[in-house]
Design a protein around this ligand. Structure first.
Ligand code: GLU
Length: 283
């Protein structure tokens, strides 16, 4: 099987060394195995993405020495597709509308004396899961803003009793535990899509065979694996790498201004040096 590796940044800030590590690992793998390297712009959240960050990341990756296939897929240009695919899941009753505000969810959790904690925070307490089909229809028809949540029970009933697995480079075979995320939001109320949904769809659509990303996204893969089963999509291999540390040993988060590729470039460092530093982290 020919390797198709990708880097899929969201243009919500400048790329830092952690991003560069993901990008370079994908690039190196594709180069080593004679495969393809794709870049995808994950910009569904137009409230947070900025064209100037997109321009900057293209420039930074080119400076680092990477070359990607054109045209680059830009998720904001495919919102209709994601909407249609989600509509299919809604039709199959694998999703249900959720009209709750964050405040209502928190109040419900408090009133119930807490909620089971998943790997991504407290699980949704199921307020809108209890609505009748009629009420759902009426409120949707009235145009009430809503998210679409996964009906985990129905989803698991559909995928059957066998475990859902994926191969994680470094960590080995993993068994998906989507129960740890509960009835996750698959279509956000505000943007009509979600990272989980768009990333899973696009990785399959683009024939990606290797997904490289930081281990902060490891929990999300449990849900992505379930979505793949529900949508009958191929399962790529994953590489969830540990987060890159800065010179002081602190893990780099996206919000950190320090150690952006931009600021490194401004120090006059050569791209070869950055590549070497990142490849040393791979070892
Ligand atoms: N777009 C996501 C981000 O920048 C990463 C997506 C992925 O690699 O799966 O955080």
């Amino acid at each position: 099987m020919d390797v198709v590796a990708r880097f899929a940044p969201s243009p919500t800030g400048f790329l830092h060394l952690g991003h560069a590590y993901s990008a370079l690992f994908s690039w190196d793998t594709a180069q080593r195995l004679g495969g393809r390297f794709l870049l995808r712009i994950e910009d569904i959240d137009q409230t947070r993405c900025r064209p100037e960050y997109e321009a900057a990341l293209l420039e930074d990756l080119a400076w680092l020495g990477l070359k990607w296939e054109e045209p680059v897929r830009r998720q904001s240009e495919h919102l209709d597709t994601y909407r249609d695919v989600a509509a299919g899941l809604l039709e199959r009753e694998l999703l249900y509308p959720c009209f709750c505000t964050r405040k209502e969810i928190l109040a419900e959790i408090e009133a119930a004396g807490g909620a089971p904690h998943g790997i991504d925070g407290p699980l949704y307490p199921g307020i809108c899961k209890r609505l009748s089909a009629q009420e759902r229809r009426d409120r949707m028809a009235a145009g009430e803003p809503h998210a679409l949540r996964l009906d985990l029970e129905r989803a698991l009933a559909e995928t059957g009793p066998g475990p859902l697995e994926w191969m994680d480079l470094g960590k080995g075979t993993q068994t998906a535990r989507p129960d740890l995320l509960g009835d996750a939001v698959i279509v956000r109320k505000d943007i009509g899509c979600s990272y989980h949904f768009a990333v899973t769809w696009d990785d399959a659509l683009q024939g990606i065979t290797l997904v490289t990303r930081g281990e902060d996204l490891f929990p999300a893969t449990h849900l992505h694996r379930l979505l793949q089963a529900l949508l009958d999509l191929p399962v790529p291999e994953y590489h969830h790498h540990s987060l890159i540390r800065d010179a002081s040993g602190k893990r780099l988060a996206k919000r950190d201004e320090a150690e952006t590729l931009r600021s490194l470039r401004e120090t006059g460092i050569a791209p070869e040096e950055v590549r070497e530093r990142l490849r040393a982290e791979q070892a």
